[in-house]
Design a protein around this ligand. Sequence first.
Ligand code: AMP
Length: 399
Amino acid sequence: MNFSNKKVLLRVDFNVPLDANNNITDDTRIKSALPTIQKLLANNNAVILMSHLGRPLKSLLDDGSINKEKYTLKHLVEHLSSALNLEVQFAADTVGEEARNKAEFLKPGEVLLLENTRFNKGEKKGDEDFAKQLSLLGDAYVNDAFGTAHRAHASTATIAQYFEASEKDFGLLMNREIENATKVLNSSELPYTAIIGGAKVSDKILLIEKLMAKANQLLIGGGMAYTFIKAEGGAIGNSLCEDEKLDVARNILDKAIENNCAIQLPADSIIADRFDNNANIKVVDSTKIPDGWMGLDIGPRAKSDFTLFVENSKTILWNGPMGVFEMENFANGTRAIAHAAAYATQYNRAYSLIGGGDSVAAINQTGLQDRVSFVSTGGGAMLEFLEGKQLPGIAAIKR
Ligand code: AMP
C-alpha cells in the first residue's frame, strides 16, 4: 500500500443496495473503502476502481441482454464523488476502448470507476483473458473487497497473477479483516466463548468443529439449536430441524466432550404457535416444546446463562442470531448477546469479534457496533476464513 506515482487497480466491494430510483439506501460498503482510496490518492497515485453490483447475468432481460440500466455502477458516481470530494470519472465498459482510453489518460490524484465487472461473463469464471485485459489498465493491484475474497473471480483473484509481488497488496479494510479474524482464531486469552446461531446447522458444521478446538464453551442458539436438542432426545414440536443432520449433531456433541469444550444449548425457549410476531407465545423448557409450537428465541433462563458466559469471557466470537431477531418479540435473546459482548469488551477487557451477515445486522440494530472490538463486513468470506479455508482473494495476493 506504499505505492506512489502508479495507476492502481483497486478492487472494492461496492455491491450496495439501491432503491427503485437507484438511490443508495446503505452506503456502508462505500464508506468502508474510502480510507484505502484516500491513502492511494494521498501517495500521488491514480486510482482505477473495479467492483461488481448485484447479479446481472442471473437477471437478464426478456431479449437475453443485460439489464444495464439496473446494474450499472454509474448510479454510484455522484455519491462517490461527493464522499471523496472530487469528480470521479466513469467508463461505461471494463476492458473496452472507453476504459482503456480513460485509464491511459488518468492522472495522479484522479479516480476512474469502471463499469460493473459482472457485465463480463469472464468475471465469475475467473477467466484469464478478461483478468489479463483488466490488469493492463494499471501498474499495481490492490484488493480491498473482503466480502468477495472467497470467490475466485477474475477481478478478485485471477488478476493478481499479472502483477509482481511488489506491485500487489491488500487494502486497509481487507487488512483489518484478516488481522482481526486471525487474532480471534489464534487468541489464547481464556475464557474463550463462541456463540453460534442462525437457521441451519448445515451452514455452520465446519465452523463449530473448528471452534470447539479453541473455545472453552460454545453457546448454540437460533433455529439450529433445535436439531441438537432433538438429537439429545428432546421434544421440539414444530421448531426448525434438519432431520438429516441429527447424526452430525450427535457427533458434534460427542466431539465437544473429547475436546473439553462445553456445548451449551438454550435451557428454555420462547415458543410461538405460528411464525409471526403477533403469534401467541409461551416460555417452556427447550426439551418440552409441544406439537404445533415452535421455538423462535432463547428463553429468559437461557438468556441469563448465555449472558453470564459472555460477560466473563476474554475472547468472544459471535456468528448468527439467537432467534428470529427480525421480529420484535423474538429479538431479545440476540440483543442480550450484543449487550453482553459490549459489556465484556468494555469492563472485562475482552476481545470480541462479530462476524457474519445476520449477527452484524443484529449488533447494528442495538447500536452497539462501536462497543465491540471488531464487526466484520464480510458474511460468507468471514465464515470461510474462520472455518480455516484458504480464500482465493487472499491467496492470490500472497502468492
Ligand atoms: P443464518 O443465515 O443461518 O445465520 O440464519 C439467520 C436467520 O436465522 C435469521 O433470518 C433468523 O430469523 C433465523 N432464525 C434464527 N433463529 C430462528 C428460529 N428459532 N427459528 C427460525 N428461524 C430462526
